[in-house]
Design a protein around this ligand. Structure first.
Ligand code: PMP
Length: 361
């Protein structure tokens, strides 16, 4: 591949070269079968073993308690905006939503099509610059579950920890922070994450669901998206995303080799701080998010002089610093620093930002 390029894309995002090499090897011959995983039946013992192993790896990486099930789903994280209410929300019940940015707003918009939805807190009025404190959420006993997006990929806002909602099940779209930090799973009724950020493949979702919430899907829920049926049938109602699951398995091996999510968490904090420090040094750059709630995965920022932004992107690209444009709805600039982002990429970006400011400030 082309040398000297660092990829700051928000997902699909940079992956470790050693994982890509292992994935490539499986395309020649998988497990000595004489053919690749792409050509293997999903009913084979080898694939069943891969599913079991990968499920166990997710459990081990996040210390998932026994009363939670791990499921692989198709359709990307957006499909869960509909499938969560179909599976977990009785037709007359009310779902709570905390609106903290673009993706929680999308979850709410879609959720409204399936039942009553109540915005228990929103930071729209302050431009999604923070996370509302749990004490400010308008929770009450009529709320069946409460949906949050702990890391807002487009806005660069991240919850400072796992909120405590008491008895109300918390449902979290962890797409852009999954496996970047340890999680207190017991605080959640369900966690789901599209895997194209920290784990690689698109289209695949990993869900961790507390067992007592299962088994109440509405009759019209498509069979292939019924959480309980998927669990009952070992995740093989129809052909699963086999290669995607294999990539996740390789990434979970890699996460373990790195020392697990605690080590990665410290590393992710350090990388993001390197960039935030430069942003805060003077008035050339700005970050729209208050310091306490800034994302360690997606550093969203801008140049105060808007005219500099296109120049920044052009010069960065010429230097091999790719995909630094902000989300189309949020604008500005964004550096995504998922688990696999090498320190050399962060150092190159930091140096570029400092020099850009010297030249154009
Ligand atoms: N939720 C979050 C937090 C995301 O970042 C994204 C993708 N950027 C999605 C949902 C949608 O994911 P998908 O494209 O897999 O549906």
């Amino acid at each position: 591949r082309k040398e000297g390029v660092y990829n700051f894309a928000a997902g699909p995002a940079a992956l470790p070269p050693e994982v890509l090499a292992r994935a490539q090897a499986s395309l020649a011959d998988w497990q000595g079968l004489g053919y690749s995983l792409l050509e293997a039946p999903f009913t084979s013992d080898e694939f069943k073993a891969l599913l079991d192993t990968t499920r166990l790896q997710v459990r081990a990486a996040l210390a998932v308690p026994d009363r939670y099930q791990v499921v692989f789903l198709q359709g990307g994280a957006s499909a869960q905006f509909s499938l969560v209410p179909l599976n977990l929300l009785p037709p007359t019940a009310m779902a709570g939503y905390v609106e903290t940015g673009h993706w929680s707003a999308r979850a709410l918009e879609e959720g409204r099509r399936y039942g009553r939805s109540h915005v228990v807190a929103s930071t729209r009025g302050s431009g999604f610059d923070r996370v509302p404190a749990v004490s400010e959420w308008a929770l009450n006993e009529s709320i069946h579950y409460c949906h949050i997006t702990p890391n807002e990929t487009a806005n660069g806002v991240q919850f400072p920890g796992d909120p405590d909602c008491g008895d109300i099940p918390l449902i979290a779209d962890m797409t852009s922070e999954f496996l970047s930090r340890p999680v207190d799973i017991e605080r959640y009724g369900m966690i789901y994450a599209g895997t194209q950020k920290n784990l690689g493949p698109t289209g695949l979702v990993i869900a961790i669901i507390r067992e007592d919430l299962l088994g109440q899907a509405r009759p019209e829920t498509p069979t292939v998206f019924n959480y309980q049926l998927l669990i009952d049938r070992q995740n093989r109602i129809n052909t699963p995303l086999m290669f995607a699951i294999y990539l996740v398995h390789l990434m979970l091996d890699w996460i373990e080799e790195q020392g697990g999510v605690e080590t990665l968490h410290s590393h992710n904090i350090a990388q993001s701080q390197t960039i935030y420090r430069i942003i805060d040094e003077d008035d050339f750059f700005y970050c729209p998010v208050i310091p306490e709630h800034r994302s360690i995965m997606n550093v969203c920022f801008g140049t105060r002089d808007e005219n500099q932004q296109q120049r920044f992107l052009g010069e960065a690209d010429a230097m091999g610093l790719a995909n630094l444009a902000g989300h189309s709805h949020a604008g500005g600039l964004r550096a995504s620093l998922y688990n696999a982002q090498p320190d050399a990429a962060v150092a190159a970006l930091a140096s570029f930002m400092t020099h850009f400011r010297q030249r154009h400030g």
